[in-house]
Every structure is written in structure tokens, then in C-alpha cells.
Design a protein around this ligand. Structure first.
Ligand SMILES: Cc1cc2nc3c(=O)[nH]c(=O)nc-3n(C[C@H](O)[C@H](O)[C@H](O)COP(=O)(O)OP(=O)(O)OC[C@H]3O[C@@H](n4cnc5c(N)ncnc54)[C@H](O)[C@@H]3O)c2cc1C
Ligand SMILES: NC(=O)c1ccc[n+]([C@@H]2O[C@H](COP(=O)([O-])OP(=O)(O)OC[C@H]3O[C@@H](n4cnc5c(N)ncnc54)[C@H](O)[C@@H]3O)[C@@H](O)[C@H]2O)c1
Length: 467
């Protein structure tokens, strides 16, 4: 029997938040083929950052003697670290599922959805059964999944992705990380801080190539001190040698380790949705085509998050979900996806946060710009930390004083960048941000204050009256 709903949501990551009070007296189908709560909660942002915290504690202990405090890491209890994390997360996912299964206005379909018509779906259950449903409105929120290059998947070698590596039973001695992006940098940090030897194999000439090139270069230099980093490296063949996984590289060298993590990007999970049956179009990379409001072009069919977004970031997926939640019930007052000035952070060591244009992009776009690179080490808190490598780089328009970009690499970068995110969001000129508020002395935030004051803009912005 085909059931009919007011709203059907495919995917319970950010999609789960669409069941707002607006639907209290409506019928909502929530469809999930994996673990309730999606990537961020189960295999993404949250567990990785809980591991990162443990990694930072271990690194702090190792670096303590610099401050005259002798300490050492005598043991890493991997299973305890792992279990602290998942014993907290797993019940949340389970509770989220129960809430939808037993919700007064929700029906949970725990299987894989595909379209059979514009607002018609089949859900295939793991036991082979299937259910049919229709809905007035359907939201595609199916996220993305790890991409594994054919050189690995076709070779029959054992490998992990970020979906599985956080639940392993024992730490390896030597981890190979294929990729040079977000996940590679975060996982290399976690595992090396926990005592694992790490080799990173990246096809670019530097790690984290999406960053401002000065930051990426500085980071790659620091990474080489901690990990065995192979750049410009391409896998010709993957094989096993006893218990070891071996990657033969095209330059004739080989790397070998006892565990392989593949972190080579994530593709939108849209291939098996039969979107053509609904008339929903996709980009060549598989992302659902949507307009600025999340509309697919097929009446009543929407999309949000990693399955359609140019940003694979949870704060963006959540912001898109807030827009779609509004748009579903306000067809005459649509809210756009907030895609301007999207910040991100890589929780590696050192932490990196980024916002807006890179210096290279300013040059390429012929944007007049001024730049200041402020070292943490030139501020009082930086002295306390004995910091020699961390920086806050700000880029501004010399005519308006408005920030064009900000790039912070060092401790607390993801927090330090927040006043710069606010300045860009609110359109506040850099000198105004720097001068028209207090900066607590001698807090680390003085790095940001000094970066802004160091921009060559001062003449245009005389000090405003004391607030
Ligand atoms: C290791 C890792 C670390 C990350 N760290 C961060 C971070 O620190 N900060 C940050 O901003 N972002 C981070 N991200 C990215 C972030 O997790 C994603 O951008 C975000 O979770 C995407 O949310 P979503 O709702 O679009 O998709 P998801 O959360 O992936 O939800 C999609 C859901 O749809 C389900 N599904 C898929 N297809 C079907 C189908 N056909 N039928 C039924 N259900 C289906 C899936 O099982 C999944 O549960 C990280 C990602 C990873 C992998
Ligand atoms: N802190 C965060 O916000 C955070 C953390 C993790 C993941 N994420 C999100 O998840 C996405 C996926 O992460 P990711 O690290 O897998 O992707 P990524 O795009 O950040 O990096 C992919 C890396 O793999 C390399 N690569 C791609 N194809 C390859 C191939 N065939 N062979 C060898 N190398 C190849 C790329 O050159 C790049 O270095 C990120 O783009 C990010 O949006 C965010």
C-alpha cells in the first residue's frame, strides 16, 4: 500500500532538523538507510574533534618541558579514547532514531530511498522488502560518501576510510594516509599524536591546497617535521606484502605501512536515487542542481547539504536546512542559502581557519588589496606559548577597509577567526573592528587585533569616539 505524507525527507543528517513545529499537525516521512544523525554525528565532525582533543592533550604533554614542566606520555589507551567517544555518540544516534520511530507525526523508514516519480519514492529495506510512499514535498538530504580511487578499490588491498578508522581495535604502528585534504590532515594529526608513525601521500605539491598558498606552504613545512610527507606522489599500484600494505608510487619509490586510510574526497550520494525518474538534474560531479532557495526545478522537490552544496561543511548544511525549513512553509517568502563568506577550519596541528579570498585569488581577480601577516610570537600570549610558527593573515580592500579574507594558522585558530567572520558578515571595516572595541589584554585575541591594526589602512580611518 502506498502511504501519502505532507513531507518526505531522505537522510537524517541536517535533513532531520526539517521536522519543525510547522509540521506538528502534518505527516512526515523520515527515510534513513544508515545510522541516524548522518555523517557529522556518527563518522564526521563530532567524533573526529573528540579524537583531536585527546591528540592535543598528548601533544601538550609532549611539549611541556619547553615551559619547565617535565612530563611524558607513558601510555595511550586507544580503546578507552575510542569508547569514551562512541559511548557518548551512539546513544544519541539511537535516541534520535527512536524519537522519529515513535514521534507523533513522523514515520521512520529505515531503508534506502529511490525515486519512482517526481514525488514518489520506494524504500528498499535490508531484508529485501520495500515500501512505497508519496509526498506533497520531498527533500533530498542524502549527504556524501568517501570516494576511493580505483587504484586502491580495484587492488583488493585492505583499507579504511573515515567511516571505519575511528572504530579500529588497536592502533597501528605505521599508518599510510592517501590524500592531502581535510580528512588526511586531521587523521594524520590524531594518529601521530597518539604515537603512530604516519606517512602522507598527496598528489599535490603541498598539503591542504585549497588554502591560501602561503598558509599551505607553511603548513606543509611543519607537517614534514612530524610526518613522512610525499607530495607530487601518485599511486601506480597497491599491494600487500605479508601484513603490510604497500603503495608503489609512479616515481618508482614505495611506501609501506600496516594500515591504509584513504582520504581522497567525498562524492554526493545521489547515484542510486534514480533522480531521472523524478526529473531532478545533477551536475557532472553528481550534486543535485538547486537554485539559491534549494529548489530542484521539480515542483515540491528540494535538496540541501552535501548532496547539492558546493560546500561539504556541517555549518553550511545546517544553514541550508534552516533555509529549506522556512521555504517549505513560506512559498511566497523564500530565503536563500547563505553562501557568502563561508568559513572553515581544519582541526589538524597546527589548527587552520580560513575565510573569504586567498591572496592568490585577490591577485587573479585584480582586486586591490593590502595584507598583514601577524605572528602569534609577536604578542604577549605568543611569548607565553613560546610560539614561533603561528600566524594570522588578514587581507583587506585598501579603499573601503573591508576584509576580503582571513587565514589563521595556530592554536585556537577556529575560535580566533570568529571576530573576523563577524566583521565580514556585518560589513565592518577592519580598522573599526580593531579600534572601536576592547581586546582583552594579554589574551591570544591580540594576535587578531594586531593583524588588523597592521593593515596599511590607518590614515583613512581616524579613531572614532571612545565607545
Ligand atoms: C571525517 C569527517 C570530518 C568532518 N568534520 C567536519 C567538521 O569538523 N566541520 C564541518 O563543518 N564539517 C565536517 N565534515 C563534513 C560534514 O560532516 C558534512 O558536511 C555534513 O555532515 C553533511 O550533512 P548532510 O546532512 O548533507 O549529510 P549527511 O550528514 O551525510 O546525511 C545524509 C544521510 O542520508 C542518508 N542517505 C544517503 N542516501 C540515502 C538514501 N538513498 N536513502 C535513505 N537515506 C540515505 C545517509 O545514510 C546519511 O545518514 C566532516 C566530514 C567527515 C567525513
Ligand atoms: N574540519 C572540517 O570542516 C572537515 C573535516 C573533514 C572533512 N571535511 C569535509 O569533507 C570533505 C572531504 O574530505 P577529504 O579530506 O576527503 O577531501 P578533500 O577534498 O579535502 O581532500 C581530498 C584529497 O585527496 C586528493 N585526491 C583526490 N583524488 C585522489 C586520487 N584519485 N588519488 C590520490 N589523491 C586524490 C586531493 O588532491 C586532496 O588532497 C572536505 O572537502 C570537507 O569539506 C571537513
Amino acid at each position: 500500500m502506498t502511504e501519502h505524507f505532507d513531507l518526505a525527507i531522505i537522510g537524517t543528517g541536517s535533513g532531520n532538523s526539517l521536522v519543525t513545529p510547522d509540521f506538528d499537525d502534518k505527516r512526515v516521512a523520515v527515510i534513513e538507510s544508515g545510522t541516524f544523525g548522518g555523517t557529522c554525528l556518527n563518522v564526521g565532525c563530532i567524533p573526529t574533534k573528540m579524537f583531536v582533543y585527546a591528540a592535543e592533550v598528548a601533544d601538550a604533554v609532549r611539549g611541556a618541558s619547553r615551559y619547565g614542566v617535565d612530563a611524558e606520555v607513558t601510555k595511550v589507551r586507544w580503546r578507552d579514547i575510542r569508547d569514551r567517544i562512541f559511548q557518548r555518540i551512539d546513544p544519541i544516534a539511537e535516541g534520535g532514531k527512536d524519537y522519529r520511530v515513535n514521534g507523533p507525526n513522523t514515520t521512520a523508514y529505515l531503508g534506502r530511498a529511490r525515486f519512482t516519480g517526481p514525488r514518489e519514492l520506494t524504500v528498499a529495506y535490508p531484508d529485501g522488502r520495500a515500501a512505497e510512499l508519496t509526498a506533497d514535498q520531498v527533500v533530498i538530504a542524502t549527504g556524501a560518501h568517501a570516494l576511493v580511487p580505483a587504484a586502491i578499490s580495484g587492488a583488493g588491498v585492505p583499507f579504511h576510510t573515515s567511516d571505519t578508522i575511528m572504530r579500529i581495535e588497536e592502533l597501528p604502528e605505521h599508518l599510510l594516509v592517501l590524500g592531502g585534504g581535510f580528512i588526511a590532515a586531521e587523521m594524520a594529526h590524531i594518529f601521530s599524536a597518539l604515537g603512530v608513525r604516519v606517512t602522507v601521500i598527496a598528489r599535490g605539491e603541498k598539503l591542504l591546497r585549497h588554502l591560501d598558498s602561503e598558509i599551505a606552504e607553511r603548513f606543509t613545512r611543519l607537517a614534514r617535521d612530524r610526518w613522512d610527507v610525499h607530495t607530487d606522489a601518485h599511486v601506480a599500484r597497491a599491494r600487500t606484502d605479508g601484513d603490510a600494505v604497500v603503495l608503489d608510487l609512479t616515481d618508482g619509490t614505495s611506501v609501506s605501512g600496516d594500515l591504509l586510510l584513504v582520504a581522497t574526497g567525498r562524492a554526493p550520494s545521489t547515484a542510486d536515487l534514480q533522480l531521472d525518474m523524478a526529473g531532478v538534474r545533477t551536475h557532472t560531479d553528481g550534486r543535485v542542481v538547486v537554485d539559491q532557495y534549494g529548489r530542484t526545478g521539480v515542483a515540491g522537490v528540494w535538496a540541501l547539504g552535501d548532496c547539492c552544496s558546493p560546500y561539504q561543511l556541517k555549518h553550511v548544511a545546517n544553514a541550508e536546512a534552516r533555509a529549506v525549513a522556512h521555504n517549505l512553509v513560506h512559498p511566497d517568502d523564500l530565503r536563500p542559502f547563505p553562501h557568502r563568506n563561508v568559513p572553515s577550519a581544519v582541526f589538524t596541528a597546527p589548527q587552520i581557519a580560513t575565510l573569504g579570498l586567498t591572496e592568490d585569488e585577490c591577485v587573479a581577480q585584480h582586486r586591490p588589496h593590502v595584507v598583514k601577516v601577524q605572528s602569534y610570537g609577536d604578542t604577549a600570549y605568543g611569548w607565553a606559548m613560546e610560539d614561533t610558527t603561528s600566524v594570522c593573515k588578514v587581507i583587506a580592500d585598501p579603499h573601503t577597509g573591508l576584509l576580503l579574507g582571513a587565514h589563521v594558522m595556530g592554536p585556537q585558530a577556529s575560535t580566533l577567526i570568529q571576530p573576523l567572520i563577524q566583521a565580514m558578515a556585518l560589513g565592518t571595516p577592519a580598522p573599526v573592528v580593531a579600534r572601536d572595541q576592547y581586546w582583552i589584554h594579554p589574551a591570544l585575541a591580540e594576535v587578531v587585533e594586531n593583524a588588523l591594526l597592521g593593515l596599511d589602512l590607518a590614515e583613512r580611518y581616524p579613531r572614532s569616539p571612545t565607545p
